[in-house]
Design a binder for this molecule. Structure first.
Ligand code: AHR
Length: 650
């Protein structure tokens, strides 16, 4: 009775207050009326080494082109084997020569020979740029850095030192001293940084204090404070890893994107075997976004990263085809030569899951992880289409299913939202695969298509592997503004409502180093020192942190809002998005909900608002509480807002 009286009062109240709000809405939620179970792997992240996401980004290596393998077959003017290095940095006299004879190993064929004629000659690595405007490496006082370098000498007399210093030679760390021997040897040490306040970026500087010839290869500098320092690749940047973890990702899709495929020439295929084993033996390759991949963040490290951030691994392998979006490229692997590649794919699964008595399982154990990784899915192909793709997909996925029947293979549905022709092939031939959809659309497309999955047959599971709301570019870059994030939020209400058919989804791309980006928008921006979280990031985080176990009945009347209601055993989540610029008075009518307090997490602001390095908290979620009484919660949603109410059910 009390509830009925409240409702009558409420309706009267809404009537009298109508002039104050452009919108009013009543959302009736029946927590006891379950519609379907929700996918427990719905939200994840998609990592690709685009925008220097890996090298110069998540990968903890601070030196750029540490092993002189940098080259770009497509654009030789852009990079060369000396990229990132400066020679004749200080005094002394010497010559340098790029060498290939008797290298460190066959996979790491280039090194630099220093022929020093006057002691004091210096060479320096400038890192990836301490900021968007200056070169150098950002090092911090009081921090320790792990360093190593491979050296060899036949006739050198004297020592080689390594230290951090500025461009003028002011020391920023202690000095490590090595006496190179006749064989390639790895020399290691710790550098403790002491950087005066407000000074410039540092360089890692080698000083040749003797004369003669020294060969140098594979130098490395990583902050001791990183995650994964025992991984053979060396580990990942702590702040970025923590930002990923805070998204509560259920899975990690890697290593691309187009990167997983490679472009133009078959030697550019992403070969997972090149990315495992001792780090100095990994065979580098340039990536499709124009720079070199050191592979220090390789497949082993990706699997470890998954464990670190609490995500399940979702590797993508190419389907014997280079990135089809790029034209004028080498032909795919012929069908009658596919066997060797199929074996590579099976070897990858063995690497992840095989016993330590198998060849690849043994390598995994040797690298530090005897236990298998929890590999459940394998995507074969990225953005592919046509018979040329499906024929190869069929062969590879059949082989996988035969050897590992519990692994779900994922088939690509091409690069566009209008993918019905791909779906008709898939439904007729590969209905038991999961289907990877990709689409980047104007922001307004997303709310307009919130019902996209309502009509999808429930027989085949969808993986929305890449999506993002695109705004018009400003100065060449599409902004990560609040409006785009809210359009994604509106769309996610539709995804959640259809999470019986959409099993997984992830925003793309994930990371971008400021000033070194090739693609916008991106979920997380960073520079040498800081991490910038976008409004789009916060939406992903808010939705992922409040993943229900089932979708419950909800019905909206009144103003146009986007909404979904889900629940766990003891909590009801109501997600509401207001895409209009006007506030809306919202009434939640809730059954089976005790009196108490709901917590509210809300992202709102100016539609064009963005976060920037100068003002990183312009758009951040705020937490508040709202009373729930007699099954009613009333609130005023601001214009341009996404709100998530977490309402205790007991
Ligand atoms: O996410 C950026 C790129 O977009 C991916 O590499 C590719 O799959 C898509 O075209």
């Amino acid at each position: 009775m009390r509830r009925e009286i409240m409702l009558v009062l409420l309706v009267l109240l809404l009537g009298t207050a109508a002039h104050a709000f452009a919108g009013e809405a009543i959302l009736t939620v029946k927590a006891g009326e379950t519609l379907h179970a929700m996918s427990q792997t719905l939200y994840g992240v998609f990592f690709e080494d685009i925008n220097h996401a890996a090298d110069g980004g998540l990968y903890a290596e601070l030196l750029n082109n540490r092993s002189f393998e940098q080259e770009n077959l497509l654009d030789p003017q852009r990079f060369d084997h000396y990229t990132g290095w400066q020679f004749n940095f200080g005094g002394g006299k010497g010559k340098i020569a790029l060498q290939e004879e008797e290298p460190l190993n066959a996979n790491n064929p280039h090194y630099v020979r220093f022929t020093v004629s006057e002691a004091g000659y210096q060479a320096a690595n400038a890192g990836f740029g301490a900021s968007t405007v200056t070169g150098g490496i950002s090092v911090k006082s009081g921090m320790t850095y792990d360093f190593y370098v491979w050296l060899r000498s036949a006739d050198y007399t004297g020592t080689v030192t390594a230290a951090l210093m500025d461009r003028q030679g002011t020391l920023y760390s202690d000095v490590l001293t090595f006496t190179p021997g006749e064989e390639w040897t790895r020399y290691t040490g710790l550098l403790n940084a002491d950087v005066p306040e407000g000074t410039q970026a540092a360089y890692l500087v080698f000083t040749f204090n003797g004369t003669g010839t020294v060969d140098l290869d594979m130098a490395s500098l990583m902050p001791a404070d990183r995650i994964g320092s025992t991984w053979p690749g060396g580990g990942v940047r702590r702040d970025l890893t923590e930002a990923l973890k805070a998204l509560h990702p259920r899975f990690l899709r890697f290593p691309g994107g187009c990167v997983a495929e490679g472009s133009y020439v078959r030697s550019n295929f992403y070969n997972w075997k090149d990315t495992v084993g001792p780090v100095e033996e990994r065979k580098e390759n340039y990536n499709t976004w124009g720079y070199m991949q050191s592979y220090g963040l390789g497949f082993y490290e990706y699997f470890c990263l998954c464990e670190e951030i609490g995500a399940l691994p979702l590797p993508v392998v190419h389907a014997g085809l280079l990135c089809q979006s790029r034209e004028a490229q080498e032909a795919p692997i012929p069908m009658d030569e596919l066997d060797a590649y199929v074996q590579d794919v099976l070897d990858l699964i063995e690497f992840a899951r095989g016993g330590t008595d198998t060849v690849w399982g043994a390598l995994r154990a040797e690298m530090g992880h005897p236990e298998p990784f929890d590999l459940r899915w394998l995507a074969i192909g990225n953005e592919n289409w046509g018979d040329v793709y499906f024929k190869r997909y069929a062969v590879i996925s059949e082989a996988v299913k035969e050897a590992w029947p519990d692994i779900t293979t994922i088939v690509a549905a091409g690069p566009v939202a209008d993918n019905s022709s791909a779906w008709s092939v898939i439904r007729s031939r590969y209905a038991d695969s999961m289907v990877d959809e990709h689409y980047y659309m104007d922001s307004d497309w997303f709310p307009a298509h919130v019902s996209r999955y309502d009509s999808y047959p429930r027989t085949t599971q969808v993986f929305l592997g890449e999506y993002a709301a695109h705004e018009e570019a400003v100065s060449g870059r599409r902004p990560n503004n609040l409006y785009s994030a809210l359009c994604e939020a509106a769309y996610l209400t539709g995804i959640e409502r259809n999470s019986d058919v959409v099993a997984m989804c992830c925003y793309a791309p994930l990371l971008a180093r400021s000033g070194m980006d090739q693609w916008t928008p991106d979920l997380i921006w960073f520079d040498a020192d800081s991490v910038l979280l976008t409004p789009n990031y916060y939406i992903q985080q808010m939705f992922s942190a409040t993943l229900g176990t089932s979708v419950v009945s909800s019905e909206l009347s009144g103003a146009e809002l986007y909404q979904v209601a889900t629940r766990t055993g003891n909590c009801l989540y109501v997600k509401v998005v207001n895409l209009s610029g006007e506030p809306c008075r919202l009434t939640l009518l809730l059954d089976q909900v005790p009196d108490g307090e709901a917590s509210l997490l809300m992202l709102s602001g100016e539609s064009a608002a963005v976060n920037s390095f100068a003002a990183p908290e312009t758009v951040t979620p705020v937490s508040e509480v709202r009373p729930v009484s007699a099954g009613v919660l009333t609130d005023t949603l601001p214009g341009y807002a996404a709100a998530i109410y977490s309402i205790p059910l007991e």
